[in-house]
Design a protein around this ligand. Sequence first.
Ligand code: ASP
Ligand code: MG
Length: 405
Amino acid sequence: MALIVQKYGGTSVGSIDRIRNVANRIKTEREKGHKVVAVISAMGGETDKLIGMASQLASEPVEREMDVLLSSGEQQSIALLTIALNEIGVEAVSATGRQAGIITSGSHTRGRIEDIKPAVIDRYLAEDKTIVVAGFQGITEEGLIHTLGRGGSDLSAIAVASAVKADICQILTDVDGVYTADPRVVEKARKLPEISYDELLELASVGTKVMQSRSVEFAKKYGVKFEVRSSLNENPGTIVTEEHEAMESVVIRGVSIERSQARVTITGIPDTPGMSGKILGALAEAEVNIDMIVSNIAHDGCARHSFTMHTNDLGRSQVALKPVLAELDGDAAIETEAGIGKLSCVGIGMRSHSGVAAKMFEALGEANINIGMISTSEIKISVTVEEEQIEEAARVVHSAFGLDA
Ligand code: ASP
Ligand code: MG
């Protein structure tokens, strides 16, 4: 007998039939003798619908009321699921964020979970009831309703699992786990049995969308092991957990791609202190999100810097850089290129294996794929290639690291 926290996202509770399906799944767990705390999202599309209504009334609706409004989506779904559970003979009660003792701080629409006081959940668990908790919401010490930012139910589930000391937290969603690559791009991608928090976070930062990163960070901080699995079938999913020694034998856990990247190169920058700060400062001011940065050793007193960013930010960065370049008087010039793709390999095994970058670059070279920029971190290597070649690049590298099914 285990205590299981199950999180069901908006798609999984997106219709009356699906709510019924979730109720049956929970019933199955109960019949196996397990206790269940379900944490759920609003029915799919509901949160967007509520935002849409508010934005017809105001271009910037007061955030306090957005929290009151948006939290109603989850209040609906918990009641509906609890009704469905009782109807099939599973004794269940619902709990809003407040009732579940989810205490938040921070600001409206971006609340942070500070603490969970699980007295009410514990009492119902002691009475052997199933509890359905509203995700995405909490309450401040002063009694104000907070929501936790889009996709915040994942965070609620991880936090509840930690507070009730669940044996396992299952994130039930419309993907059936974490893959070595996006199966739509790399046909031979495999579902991973397990992955470390850090690897999942790195993959998420380079385009693999599984769940909200904030909840993975929270899980890492509190050591909550969880499983990402499908709410539509019974297949085992992917366990996300602390890294352990056996994990290091795999050099690369997964590859991920990002499209629509652009490069800006500034040439003729005087090789004097403060230049990089000036350039990056202007981009930060314009809220351009810089990704890779490559700077070359100065030649003839002039340096060059290249950055990548999303193509959407290209125009804004050109506007922001113009006055800076004018100020630099001399030969400073700006060059831009769009149509770039970024390929990243992630794996904690990189720390203990050498030649990983060489292997990746050789594989790309053999496939006649030219590498633009390169950047590395402790457990990640990223390169840019022509966007047209990004899918092939992903397949080639996936195969070179022995990840193919
Ligand atoms: N319902 C909220 C949203 O759509 C929270 C969630 O789904 O996790 O963002
Ligand atoms: Mg959602």
